[in-house]
Write a protein that binds this ligand. Sequence first.
Ligand SMILES: [Zn+2]
Length: 273
Amino acid sequence: MRLVPVGVSGSSPGPASPAACHLVEAEGTDPLDPGAPPRTWRIVLDLGSGAFGPLQALAAPDELDAVLLTHLHADHCLDVTALHVAAAYGPRRPAHSLPVWGPAGVRERISRAYEAEPGAELLGLPLRYLELAAREPVVVGPFTVLPVPVHHPVRAYGFRVTGPAEAGGADVVLAYTGDTDAGPGLLELAAGADVLLTEASFVEVEHGGPDLRGVHLTGRRAGEAAREAGAARVLLTHVPPWVDPAAVLDEARHAYGFPDRVHLAEPGVVVEV
Ligand SMILES: [Zn+2]
């Protein structure tokens, strides 16, 4: 299983990266069609503002197998509208309708953002909207994605993605937090993960500012959760353009305790899980 960060900017696109989007790839077979030959499977975790731009350099719409949205804030879902346009009118249209999984209301949310004609709600077009339920796994080829509820002001999930290891052998786990603050959901999500891809939006005490809780993690809280959950490696993402990523990284490394196992996710830099 390979992770390719596409957008690592938090809360909005930044000058060097779009908002949240991560591509996950693996070779495998289709459990629903065991006779078919193995191929490369691709799922997209979040498709936030601006992310469809660079995603096209990595995979065409007809090379994607599913899009999964952790929650319906703009910086995690808005570019599904761009994918919709390309999948409906571009030269690389999916052969079968592409599933877009998200929290309850995902179809209405994307339809409003697209400004679909009243009543049309993008029905009959190349994307198919499906609603996630807590701890009900979604199977896509060799991937199993478990949505775990996390701590954010709107309904939000983290994704625990199980899939084949690059080197063969036992399956590996990539845990992606989406947006969350610390809490039991985060620990359940990250427990024993091979890679924890965690948001880290703030530093703990930002120039004496308010200590905001219940929305996002700081570098320190991300590092503490990774350590408590026993995650083997940590990648930090979702740092807003106005926050110093080096300060976030420093906090997370200090809290986790093994600095060489904590890094900032970088767009286009492939990580083997
Ligand atoms: Zn959010």
